[in-house]
Design a protein around this ligand. Structure first.
Ligand code: SF4
Length: 291
């Protein structure tokens, strides 16, 4: 039997009626928000703050991370009109801040970098005032693919390190800790003023000192923003939840992160990569303007 969810996870679940209008519009445009498909507990708050996360390039991934609910297998071909459909949804939802993420597409020569760039450009050309954050895969370490995305000039480039290096073989068997750090450092080499972000899930079996080490490595790679949230296993066949980290323990990471030089950090059980994304971005911009 799985571990019982601690009380601090109890919160208001969005009512179906509240989501109907958004859901039908997304279905019409053949789009999915990660928020909606995962019935994310933060959904109402994010939509109310005019923020949403879209997953592009399909819902089948070429990797096999053991914590992730996304289907694994052979993905379908890219839909060339997807960038425009995303832009249309951003307009219809009146989003001021949009996060665009994807499955990992190791089957594509550029890992989908050009599709990311086209999506950023499509949103910008229809809604110049909307900020776009991208949450990107590692592009198998391709500098060229990374350059394609960086040069499209998103407001934030996020790449999740996900967990501590000792757990990579179990949790992210097809990824590389060093490769992910190099990607984040690479963004700053291509564009020194870029805002970068990363995140970890806690509760997978990591030790506190290892999390601190990862935070230091991220700072070394120039990472500006950090998210820490509780890992919840999607099913019993996924990596198990080893511990439920208390809200107090999450809070205890905040000051050390700021002391290390992160411009902003969101650390709490329900934090996900896109949680308070616009606010964290503003913190990074404020810190940069004070330098
Ligand atoms: S690469 Fe991303 S989408 Fe694919 S299995 Fe891993 S976490 Fe899930």
């Amino acid at each position: 039997m799985g571990k019982r969810l601690p009380d601090w996870f109890k919160q208001r679940v969005p009512k179906v009626g509240e989501l109907t209008a958004v859901s039908s519009m997304l279905a019409e445009l053949k789009l999915n928000t990660v928020c909606e498909s995962a019935l994310c507990p933060n959904l109402c708050r994010c939509f109310a703050q005019k923020t949403a996360t879209f997953m592009i390039m399909g819902n089948v991934c070429t990797r096999n991370c053991t914590f992730c609910a996304v289907n694994k297998g052979k993905p379908l071909s890219l839909e060339t009109d997807e960038p425009e459909r995303i832009a249309m949804a951003v307009t219809k939802l009146g989003l001021e801040y949009v996060v665009i993420t994807s499955v990992t597409r190791d089957d594509l020569e550029d890992g989908g970098a050009a599709h990311f760039a086209r999506t950023i450009e499509a949103v910008r050309s229809s809604e110049p005032g909307t900020l776009v954050e991208v949450l990107i895969p590692d592009f198998q370490g391709s500098r060229q693919a990374l350059e394609t995305v960086v040069k499209a000039n998103p407001a934030v480039i996020n790449h999740n390190i996900e967990t501590v290096p000792a757990l990579y073989p179990e949790v992210r068997p097809m990824a590389g800790y060093e490769r992910s750090l190099e990607l984040l450092a690479g963004v700053k080499k291509i564009k020194p003023g870029a805002v970068t972000k990363s995140g970890l899930m806690l509760g997978l079996g990591e030790r506190r000192e290892d999390v601190t080490r990862v935070m230091m490595d991220l700072r070394q790679a120039g990472c500006d923003l950090l998210t820490l949230g509780q890992y919840l296993a999607p099913t019993t066949s996924h990596h198990p939840v080893v511990t439920y980290v208390t809200p107090q323990e999450f809070t205890s990471y905040i000051q050390p992160a700021l002391d290390m030089g992160f411009s902003g950090i969101a650390s709490a059980p329900l934090v996900r990569s896109s949680y308070r994304a616009a606010e964290l971005y503003q913190q990074a911009i404020k810190q940069k303007s004070n330098l």
